[in-house]
Design a protein around this ligand. Structure first.
Ligand code: ADP
Ligand code: MG
Length: 331
């Protein structure tokens, strides 16, 4: 490639990104990063760099992190065998101590340190801070374990009761990037462990986020989880339902699917599941093709005009209406 080619490619990319930049300026995105990315310094640094670009383009960001692998690793070191059912951690008193140490301690701090390295003004909080996430202990419930129904007490695991977004709004208004650990408490102050996907969806709903993005350890939602090339580029709630029914979605993707449903049912326009490979977030947000899976409420809700426009957008990449419509209509 010559220098001139290179420059015109740069111009093309910028031009194609421009409608998205216009569309998202001043909006809020909730980005959830999974445990795998949190535990890999290179991935975390790359992600922080991408987030600083998103911030520079005028988008407000709330970051939520998980920490499953780190929690399991420390548990094992302490001789406590981690137990997961339907992608959620069974949390006895000892497991809760470990979750507090890893989520509010090690993981939150490493995310903050990656933000610090790129000059992002990040502030670490958890669902306990200023009553951000109010939860209620989950009652024992019947779930299928190894093919048989069983009553499981998840222990110190919470379901979100309500979210008070005041703290997040204040931080965003002051230009800070909140980094949220998914622990919460009930009104008596009992600490509860909540799946980070669930927390991210609840926060997205409460602050009226435009987008919710899950960054995980696979490129997106796969039709066959054993086959990385079976990536689904775009789907809707009905499509997700089918994937759950036919067993294509399992383990850690199950809480994500519930969170996606919840967010789309409560006003979040677009949800994305992406990998943590280089530039995955910017590619997903600012290009028509994306890098992972885009999920909308109902693909059929696209008007005929939008569908017609999308054909044009897909070929010339222009126009202020260049939302991910092109992908929804074609993918
Ligand atoms: P995170 O820390 O990002 O929440 P999880 O391990 O909880 O990560 O969830 C992601 C995992 O879900 C993937 O690594 C994969 O093993 C599993 N999974 C199950 N079904 C699917 C599917 N259909 N497509 C992609 N991943 C799936
Ligand atoms: Mg998970």
């Amino acid at each position: 490639m010559t220098f001139a080619d290179d420059r015109s490619a740069t111009m093309d990319s910028l031009k194609r990104a421009l409608p998205y930049v216009r569309l998202f300026k001043g909006k809020t995105f909730v980005v959830k990063i999974g445990g795998a990315a949190c535990g890999d310094r290179t991935l975390l640094n790359d992600l922080a760099e991408q987030l600083s670009v998103v911030r520079e383009l005028g988008v407000h960001v709330v970051l939520v992190h998980g920490g499953g692998p780190q929690t399991s690793e420390l548990s094992r070191k302490l001789g406590i065998q981690p137990r997961m059912i339907e992608g959620r951690r069974v949390t006895d008193a000892a497991a809760l101590d470990v979750a507090v140490m890893t989520m509010n301690g090690a993981v939150n701090t490493s995310v903050l340190s990656a933000c610090r390295a790129v000059g992002l003004q990040a502030v670490g909080v958890s669902g306990l801070d200023a009553g951000l996430v109010k939860a209620r202990r989950r009652a024992p419930r019947s779930v299928i374990v190894d093919g048989a129904p069983q009553t499981v007490d998840f222990g110190h695991v919470g379901d979100v009761d309500s979210v008070d977004p005041t703290l997040l709004k204040s931080l965003l208004a002051a230009g800070y990037l909140p980094v949220v650990s998914p622990l919460a408490a009930d009104d008596q102050g009992n600490v509860l462990n909540i799946n980070a996907d669930t927390v991210a969806a609840s926060l997205a709903h409460a602050i009226g986020a435009e987008k919710l993005v899950f960054v995980t350890d696979v490129a997106g939602i796969l039709e066959d989880k054993a086959d990385p090339s079976s990536l689904i580029s775009c789907t809707d709630l009905r499509g997700l339902e089918e994937l759950v029914e036919n067993g294509a979605v399992a383990t850690g993707m199950l809480p994500k699917v519930s969170a996606i449903r919840m967010a789309l049912d409560h006003g979040v326009q677009r949800v994305h599941v992406i990998g943590s490979q280089r530039a995955s977030l910017l590619t997903e947000i600012f290009t028509n093709e994306g890098s992972g899976t885009l999920i909308v409420r109902d693909r059929r809700e696209l008007s005929a005009a939008e569908k017609a426009a999308s054909g044009e957008l897909a070929t010339n990449g222009g126009g202020a209406a260049a939302t991910e419509i092109a992908r929804v209509a074609s993918g």
